[in-house]
Design a protein around this ligand. Structure first.
Ligand code: HEM
Length: 402
């Protein structure tokens, strides 16, 4: 973050060159580290598009990019058409069942380790919890959970040998993981066409109201997007959040003393400080002016959310974790605009529930060693934590008592 602070003060849009880890090609981009520029670029999709790539700095083949990215790498009208179809299932009302299930899943996950006294928090909570929520939401059977976990870890953690399970052909592992997830989704969709239930997959393959629907070929990429975008991000927020509480003991005490009232603000501050999504890219669609500079058509702009979320012009004392920070209009879920995080409401609920349960059921939980970061090839999309050792007084699982 110190490097970003330096870049931020050099000027609004410094030109940076990196070498692509896959191709060895030199890539040039403008680094956006100021809050106002990230907001401006996010809200002008006609000038700054996502369709040339938003989740990678390199230009990828359109087919491959859309297979892994779905509508996060599209522009209107394709973006809004697909987003609007799935957004019907993401309104607070449509999500109510899922939001309720978050409490139950969190309880179940904590039951799994609360009697042990110590654990790797990533392995026992941050990693399984958000993915179980997504799998249940889609209707993916629990028996397939290990497959989904392995594949999503490969897709976002391919730069870390531990995630590749001994394989060294990163590209092959990525493709295999993507195809396996797509196969799983297509099979489930087929089953739900015949026997609908009340899950999101059934809602996406049945159309009682004559509304537009995702084409079968659009369904698997959407599942990959959800399984990746809605999983590693929340996982990272929970792990970073726990680590922040270890670092800021007074903040933790304050929060723990008034969980009900302070949780919403604490969650926003965790997302600001953690900024789990490191960057999103845009590309200029025509010559434009931004922050007083001229940009040619086709220039890559990389928005660094963690840097924007520490811009001292907007956040006083930005490196300080303050659960009562007000206002806290961070851009951790993206800037305002058509690509703003579709799952922000669900993510907020998941992080809130995780900390409410942890701090109530394991009130003396403490971090016992440094977080182990996920290794990456080049600049990672999500800045994950691979391990976080914790200790707590063992307590009985709740399941037996209900
Ligand atoms: C703390 C957790 C999360 C963070 C920090 C986060 C952050 C983001 C960011 C920065 C974007 C991109 C915005 C842009 O390109 O302008 C995004 C998009 C998206 N997120 Fe999240 N997200 C989180 C959780 C979730 C969850 C739980 C889900 C769903 C289950 C989800 C689904 C999506 C989808 C579908 C998009 C694409 C939206 C579009 O392109 O229209 N996210 N998120």
């Amino acid at each position: 973050m110190a490097q970003f602070a330096e870049i931020r003060e050099q000027g609004p849009l410094p030109s940076v060159q990196v070498t692509d880890a896959f191709t060895g090609e030199d890539l040039r981009f403008r680094a956006l580290t100021r809050y106002s520029d990230v907001v401006e670029v996010s809200r002008r999709p006609l000038d700054f598009c996502s369709g040339k790539g938003s989740t990678a700095i390199a230009d990828l083949q359109t087919d491959a990019m859309e297979f892994f990215g779905s509508f996060i790498v599209m522009d209107d009208p394709r973006h809004s058409r697909q987003r609007n179809i799935v957004a019907r299932s993401f309104t607070p009302r449509a999500l109510q069942g899922v939001l309720d299930s978050v409490e139950r899943i969190c309880s179940e996950v904590i039951d799994g380790f609360c009697e042990n006294g110590e654990a790797d928090l990533v392995e026992v909570l941050s990693q399984p919890f958000p993915l179980l929520v997504i799998c249940d939401m889609m209707g993916i059977p629990r028996s397939e959970f290990p497959t989904v976990l392995r594949d999503t870890n490969i897709i976002l953690g391919a730069g870390d040998p531990d995630m590749l399970g001994g394989r060294d052909d990163v590209m092959g592992a990525l493709l295999e993981a993507g195809f396996e997830l797509a196969g799983l989704m297509n099979e489930l969709a087929e089953e739900r066409r015949k026997n609908p239930t009340d899950d999101l997959t059934s809602a996406l393959v049945h159309n009682d109201l004559g509304e537009d629907m995702l084409a079968p070929s659009e369904l698997a990429p959407f599942f990959i997007l959800l399984a990746v975008a809605g999983n590693d991000t929340t996982r990272t927020a929970i792990s970073h959040g726990m680590n922040l509480l270890a670092e800021y003991e007074a903040q933790r005490k304050t929060w723990q003393a008034d969980l009900e009232r302070l949780t919403p603000g604490a969650v926003e501050e965790i997302v600001r400080m953690a900024s789990p999504v490191v960057f999103m890219r845009r590309t200029t669609t025509r010559p434009v002016e931004l922050a007083g500079e001229h940009l040619d058509e086709g220039e890559r702009l990389v928005m660094f959310y963690g840097a924007a979320n520490r811009d001292p012009r907007v956040f006083p004392d930005p490196e300080h974790f303050d659960i009562r920070r007000e206002p806290n209009n961070h851009v951790g879920f993206g800037g305002p605009g058509p690509h703003f995080c579709l799952g922000a409401h669900l993510a907020r609920r998941e992080v809130s529930v995780a900390f409410r349960h942890l701090l109530t059921r394991l009130p003396d939980i403490e971090v016992t060693g440094p977080p182990v970061p996920l290794q990456s090839l080049g600049i990672p999309l999500v800045g994950g934590i691979k391990h976080l050792p914790v200790r707590f007084s063992p307590t009985k699982a709740l399941a037996g008592r209900r």
